[in-house]
Design a protein around this ligand. Structure first.
Ligand SMILES: Cc1ncc(COP(=O)(O)O)c(C=O)c1O
Length: 579
């Protein structure tokens, strides 16, 4: 067993003692490795996962090639052995990052609260459970014999047949038992006795392996010491991150889009932190505007707030505007962040809901990616993929791509930031639910695998393209184009409708917010709910810069969508005195 405090070199030396035969998949060359691979003998009270991935190169392929490399690496590493409360980190599972620089340190950016956090004593004590023959009277871990769950079963789609009908007819039934690992059932590496006990705040080693590999396929942060840590979803992750970086006693403030995710704003405000809005356009946050704002920052003009050192942004399918930052836009934002030494909180729940371009009036939409390879390379690069400094913490969530009730997501950031996050999670959520982890592991890792999951995501993109196109068709049919305008969203589930308030009969005499309220109430009377732009305004004490409404194409059926937009159109016309 290897205590987590060991240095990488000591760990490497230890790993060399247990080397399984190198196995390579057909067509995948096995490369010589400096860090040796390790298969642990089964030990079900293990408190540290057996490191599985230690290949001495950072593979350059994306999509299938990267997946092939990962599977070859897994085969060489041997079976993952991770028992109850096993400690794990991404370094155990990712490819070598030899020769890559380490992330910068963020000591001056962290809050006093975050810097004061010590490791959780009881979680640390769990490390001693690995001692052979040790009888534990120390920890409060219940025995699995009193867990009232012997087996869980579920029916899930068989890739690439993802529809509800296909799942009902020919889906796979997968099961997980309490002692699958102990009893050597199949190739089980995870079971209910492990998943349903207490774990580490990083989440289980089993899911850590899958998510680290997935991050490697999609994001590949360009520095050595990146890690992932599971979360209870991005809402909780953001709350922790804000408290890690922002200190009211320091007069800290945060930048975000001019219109931002209302829950994020509601998380910031009670911390005594001011949020400032950066101008946006059709691609979201405008880097020149951010640069100008930061270059001319004067605390006296900003209610005493010191120059922001944190940016919160939603680069893909932004909530509420639906805007997606293109690759060049992201690079420009990153450069401004470097210039002003900003740490970036990248919130990406809609990243995988990137859609096919919209062509008004086209009989058929452009064809979707033909395969996983094309899908992965079609994705706009994440900020964390261009993060040479380690100044980005990306938040991923399974809420929009699998199920919101999973309450499971993950962050990707530097070792220092993940360690601080982990210390906070130890005394807050303790990481995601074991039920979620074991169900998702069964689905994503054991049943679908990386390729099946990417096929699922690709399919979701096709579904959302269809839904978006229905909303756009409804808007084209029912809305007065001289009054209401929109940009077809490239990702996510939201569309932002701009109403030209200057054409209102009482423009200039009445507050925009007043007109917004009138239209909103009339929408409710007409039987449609839309979200008011003012709900998302970052700086609430500023006048509304325009008349906006957020709509979503995620949930309504085609017929309901058309009817809903027609009702919205009626409410706008009524307010503007149109027929
Ligand atoms: C931008 C953004 N971040 C985070 C969330 C919430 O994510 P989670 O369900 O993972 O907490 C949402 C959901 O609406 C969102 O729009």
């Amino acid at each position: 067993m290897l205590p987590i405090t060991w240095t990488a070199r000591a760990r490497r030396a230890a790993l060399c003692q247990h080397m399984p035969p190198a196995i390579s998949r057909p067509g995948t060359a096995s490369r010589p490795s400096k860090r040796r691979l390790h298969t642990k003998p089964p030990n079900y009270s293990s408190v540290e996962a057996a490191p599985a991935a230690v290949q001495a190169h950072h593979e350059s392929g994306r999509g299938m090639r990267a997946i092939d490399d990962i599977m070859a690496r897994r085969a060489r590493a041997g079976k993952l052995v991770a028992g109850i409360a096993a400690a794990s980190d991404s370094d155990m599972f990712k490819g070598s990052t030899e020769g890559m620089p380490k992330a910068k340190r963020w000591d001056n950016h962290l809050s006093r609260e975050s810097k004061a956090r010590e490791p959780c004593t009881l979680k640390q004590a769990a490390r001693h459970l690995k001692k052979p023959g040790l009888i534990s009277l120390g920890g409060g871990l219940p025995s699995s014999e009193v867990f009232p769950f012997a087996e869980l079963g579920m029916k899930v789609p068989r890739p690439p047949h993802f529809s509800e009908a296909e799942t009902l007819e020919s889906g796979q039934t997968v099961k997980v038992g309490k002692y699958d690992v102990r009893d050597g059932r199949g190739d089980a590496v995870y079971d209910l006795s492990i998943a349903l006990n207490y774990g580490q705040s990083t989440g289980s080693a089993q899911m850590m392996r899958f998510l680290t590999e997935h991050t490697e396929v999609i994001c590949r942060p360009p520095y050595a010491d990146w890690r992932v840590c599971q979360t209870v979803g991005s809402t909780g992750a953001l709350e922790q991150a804000l408290r890690m970086f922002l200190d009211r006693d320091r007069g800290d403030s945060i930048l975000t889009e001019e219109f931002s995710f209302s829950t994020a704003l509601e998380t910031v405000a009670p911390l005594g932190i001011r949020a400032f809005g950066v101008r946006i356009d059709q691609q979201g946050l405008v880097p020149e505007a951010m640069d100008e704002m930061l270059s001319s920052w004067n605390p006296a003009e900003r209610g005493g707030a010191r120059k922001p050192h944190v940016l919160y942004t939603v680069p893909s399918g932004q909530n509420p505007t639906g805007a997606t930052q293109g690759a060049e836009r992201r690079r420009a934002i990153y450069r401004v962040a470097q210039k002003h030494d900003l740490f970036i909180l990248e919130d990406e729940p809609y990243y995988f809901l990137q859609m096919q371009p919209y062509r008004e009036g086209a009989a058929t939409p452009p064809s979707p990616p033909a395969n996983v390879e094309e899908f992965v390379s079609s994705l706009v690069p994440s900020l964390v993929s261009m993060d040479v400094d380690g100044r980005v913490m990306r938040m991923d969530s399974l809420s929009k791509v699998l199920v919101p009730g999973s309450r499971l997501g993950w962050i990707t950031a530097s070792e220092q930031i993940v360690e601080r996050y982990q210390r906070h999670a130890e005394v807050a959520s303790q990481g995601p639910s074991g039920f979620s982890q074991v169900i998702l592991h069964k689905l994503l890792d054991e049943t679908w695998g990386h390729e099946g999951y990417l096929q699922w995501l690709m399919n979701l993109g096709v579904e959302y393209t269809r839904k978006r196109d229905r909303l756009l068709a409804a808007c084209e049919e029912h809305l007065p184009r001289d009054l209401v305008s929109w940009t077809p969203p490239a990702a996510g589930m939201f569309m932002w409708l701009t109403v030209d308030h200057a054409q209102h009969p009482e423009a200039g005499k009445r507050d925009i917010k007043d007109i917004e309220e009138e239209i909103f109430n009339s929408c409710i009377d007409n039987g449609v709910l839309v979200a008011r732009g003012s709900w998302f305004l970052t700086e609430k004490d500023r006048p509304l810069p325009g008349l906006y409404f957020r709509t979503t194409f995620a949930s309504a059926s085609a017929e309901n969508m058309s009817e809903a937009i027609s009702r919205f159109g009626r409410a706008v016309r009524d307010s503007f005195g149109r027929k």
